[in-house]
Design a protein around this ligand. Structure first.
Ligand code: COA
Length: 168
């Protein structure tokens, strides 16, 4: 397929992208996506569009990452996800770049940490570490080995203890 790096644009999300993002997430995660523990947190309140980004290829949206403000025990942070890249555009570094951009935006906004439920081998090189086993209580079943955090200060790990929920 003819896809060049300079055809790609990383842009903040806006409401005009909602329909295509829904399609991209449905394609990536399938019908079970709404019952996942992270999705239940996202149902508690809106995501933060100013920290959520899309990737366009020549004007067509082909990937998305969303960020939702959360209180996680004693930490005011952001939950990253869903992250999804269309099959046609996988393995070109787009997912990685979206994660980098979202983390940097959250840090600039004063977030204390970015938290997610995902594969450690993918997110480890992007700055994510395992959260202490079962330290965070999700509103649904979650694999504790997949709960990860990119902390912005050294004391985040010890304060990540308790319920994780949407916050204002
Ligand atoms: C996972 C996903 C977001 C990655 O996006 P992407 O743009 O294809 O990924 P990148 O190009 O940034 O990175 C690709 C690399 O990550 C690796 N990778 C992809 N998924 C991985 C996983 N689950 N675990 C470990 N490595 C993974 C690829 O093998 C590739 O490795 P390489 O660079 O050595 O070739 C995308 O494949 C996707 O939308 N998948 C379906 C939805 C999903 O699983 N989302 C993640 C939620 S946890």
């Amino acid at each position: 397929m003819n896809m060049l790096k300079h055809d790609l644009a990383y842009l903040p999300e806006d409401a005009s992208r909602d329909a295509i993002i829904e399609i991209i997430n449905a394609e990536a995660f399938g019908p079970g996506r709404h019952v996942r523990a992270a999705a239940r947190i996202r149902e508690q309140g809106p995501h933060d569009r100013s920290l959520s980004f899309v990737c366009d290829d020549r004007g067509e949206t082909i990937a998305s990452v969303r960020m939702t403000p959360v209180q996680a025990g004693g930490v005011r942070g952001h939950l990253l996800g869903p992250l999804a890249v269309r099959s046609s555009h996988k393995n070109r570094g787009i997912g990685r770049e979206l994660v980098r951009i979202a983390i940097e935006a959250a840090r600039r906004k004063g977030s204390e940490a970015v938290i997610l439920v995902g594969d450690p081998p993918y997110y480890g090189p992007l700055g994510f570490e395992k959260v202490a086993f079962k330290a965070l209580e999700f509103p649904g079943p979650v694999d504790p080995a997949r709960v990860l955090v990119a902390p912005f200060t050294p004391d985040v790990h010890e304060r990540l203890k308790g319920v994780i929920a949407w916050r204002e």
